[in-house]
Design a protein around this ligand. Structure first.
Ligand SMILES: *Cc1c(COP(=O)(O)O)cnc(C)c1O
Length: 351
């Protein structure tokens, strides 16, 4: 069988030959002493792109998020975020385990509204835990990579700041939001006091996240980076991949978005799911009765050479990325149509 098409995530990309060359050429030092020139260059470059004063390079987006929690929250504090937030559902309860912070979820998987936030904050006067951190995510991963409307983000940010509540933006896929909407990165980043962006999702670097904020925030983040074992010594080889990705893989995200739309359109008439019109690179389709859950469809697709993943129990997800070109896409569409079209129609299962 030929190598499978891997649509499980936009993290599955391998570094390109040009990226590997950039990594091989990287000047390095010891990042824990603050003298790896490639790491310093990456931090400066990302801070500039986002319009933030400072940045720190970290091994993963999860660590960026957890450090943001650790800097802002003491045990007993609350974080306000939407139900589908990565920090709530995909980080193994680390906000509670590492920082003693409780996540208070409002809204739904497509974010939350300013009235929902103000109502939660008013409950503080009734003895609820104090909301010390307002948490945004853009694009909204659980909702299928939807950008969060920037006017809503700006209204939430203005209200939160007026009340002295800092905001964090989990921007693992902020690059996709920027490319899909055309809104400049500094405007998106201005909605929060700290912003985490990923290098290893759509940008295609093997590793890394960059956490941005003002100087005192980043100085505090560097202490927690050390404490959590995030110091990576000659990390310049990894930072060089990030610098290369920023230079060469940012604008091309538009290709992933176009391919996601093409995939959704080509599979929309199949009876097994409700196909969305994706805004960015993720296609998330709820399975339709009589199918009960996504794995019933993922398993035969995997067998046929298209790797995909349940987004949730009842949703199938296809992630487009730089490892999939137009020819691959047509191959994928043919396999999926063949497999799903040939499936027996099971009896409706009780939910
Ligand atoms: C992937 C992701 C993260 C975590 O990034 P890792 O580098 O995999 O730890 C955080 N937030 C969102 C929205 C993500 O999609």
């Amino acid at each position: 069988m030929p190598a499978p098409y891997d649509l499980r995530s936009d993290t599955v990309t391998r570094p390109t030959a040009a990226m590997r060359e950039a990594m091989a050429r990287a000047e390095v030092g010891d990042d824990c002493y603050g003298d790896d020139p490639s790491v310093l260059a990456l931090e400066q470059r990302v801070a500039e792109r986002l319009g933030k004063p400072a940045a720190v390079f970290l091994p993963a987006g999860t660590m960026s998020n957890q450090i943001a929690v650790r800097v802002r929250c003491r045990p007993g504090d609350a974080i306000a975020t939407h139900r589908g937030a990565h920090v709530r559902i995909h980080e193994n309860a680390s906000a509670a385990a590492i920082s003693g912070a409780q996540i208070m979820s409002i809204g739904d998987r497509r974010g939350f509204s300013l009235p929902q936030l103000t109502e939660l904050c008013h409950e503080e006067s009734c003895g609820w835990p104090p909301v010390r951190l307002v948490w945004l995510e853009d694009t909204l991963g659980d909702a299928g990579g939807e950008p969060w409307p920037v006017e809503e983000l700006e209204a939430i940010a203005a209200w939160s700041r007026a009340g002295g509540r800092p905001l964090h933006l989990d921007g693992a896929r902020l690059w996709n939001a920027h490319v899909a909407t055309g809104i400049p990165l500094p405007r998106l980043a201005a909605c929060a006091d700290s912003v985490a962006v990923s290098l290893s999702k759509g940008l295609g670097a093997p590793v890394g996240s960059v956490l941005c904020g003002d100087e005192p925030f980043v100085a505090a983040a560097r202490l927690h980076k050390h404490a959590l074992g995030g110091g990576m010594r000659q990390a310049g080889v990894l930072a060089a991949a990030g610098l290369h990705a920023l230079e060469h893989h940012l604008e091309r995200l538009a290709d992933d978005h176009a391919r996601a739309r093409r995939l959704a359109e080509a599979l929309a008439d199949l009876p097994s799911w409700d196909m969305p019109t994706p805004s960015t690179n993720l296609v998330v389709a709820p399975v339709r009765a009589p199918w009960d859950h996504a794995e019933q469809l993922c398993a035969p697709l995997r067998e046929a050479g298209v790797l995909c993943y349940p987004n949730t129990y009842r949703e199938i997800r296809f992630a487009l990325h730089l490892g999939i070109d137009d020819e691959d896409l047509e191959g994928i569409i043919a396999i999926v149509r063949g497999v799903i079209g040939a499936l027996p129609h099971p009896a409706p299962a009780p939910r």
